[in-house]
Design a protein. Structure first.
Length: 98
């Protein structure tokens, strides 16, 4: 995590950056050219600070048609900093196509 991600002068990283990593990992796990996030249920477990190196792992828990439930864990070393379940949807075409 870099200094521009800090939410305050003590180096606390804004949770949106950690969430963004988790969301990206979930979309990569689905591995489709067009995939959108429908819902996320996450828990922030410990604070993240500037200088932390985070790694996300994601695995598909189940698929129901075009919907994929993905479990994501973001870790700093061996410590989980975020755990969540993401519901992703694969549309028939790109969301910007009309």
């Amino acid at each position: 995590m870099t200094g521009v991600m800090a939410a305050d002068e003590r180096g606390l990283v804004h949770g949106g950056f950690t969430f963004g990593l988790a969301d990206y990992a979930a979309m990569l796990a689905v591995n489709e050219p067009a995939v959108v996030l429908l819902r996320a249920d996450v828990k922030f477990l410990v604070p993240v600070i500037v200088g932390d190196r985070l790694e996300a792992t994601a695995s598909i828990l189940g698929t129901d048609g075009k919907k994929h439930t993905v479990k994501v864990v973001v870790r700093r070393n061996e410590t989980a900093v975020l755990e969540g379940e993401f519901l992703a949807f694969v549309p028939d075409r790109h969301v910007l196509d009309r």
